[in-house]
Design a protein around this ligand. Structure first.
Ligand SMILES: [Zn+2]
Length: 108
């Protein structure tokens, strides 16, 4: 079984984990779950990141941390379509996608 030979801080600062964890008192905390994660074994960290519980909490945080208004999204969407030369009428064909993946369709 592979083991990390890093401190919690080194582990948190690694590219694989810097987005999901922070270090305090040489302990590694998951930002989304607000729990400590044993950093001695890479597999434990990876299992935590792949857990359903972690993923759902991370999704909730991602949704609430960005305070974007519906108008801002609509403007960005129109701009993206214009830049890609896609007629705006096509946006209706993407409604199913938006409703499923964009916070239950509440933003668009
Ligand atoms: Zn977590």
């Amino acid at each position: 079984m592979e083991k990390t030979k890093f401190t919690a801080l080194e582990c948190v600062n690694s590219n694989d984990y810097k987005d999901d964890f922070y270090e305090s008192n040489n302990k590694m905390f998951c930002i989304a779950c607000k729990t400590t994660v044993n950093y001695a074994k890479k597999s434990v960290i990876d299992n935590h990141l792949n857990s359903t519980s972690h993923k759902s909490k991370k999704r909730l945080i991602g949704a609430s941390s960005r305070n974007i208004t519906k108008q801002e999204i609509n403007i960005a969407l129109v701009k993206a379509f214009a830049e890609a030369d896609i007629p705006l009428e096509k946006v209706n064909k993407l409604q199913t996608f938006f409703k499923e993946y964009c916070i239950e369709g509440k933003l668009i």
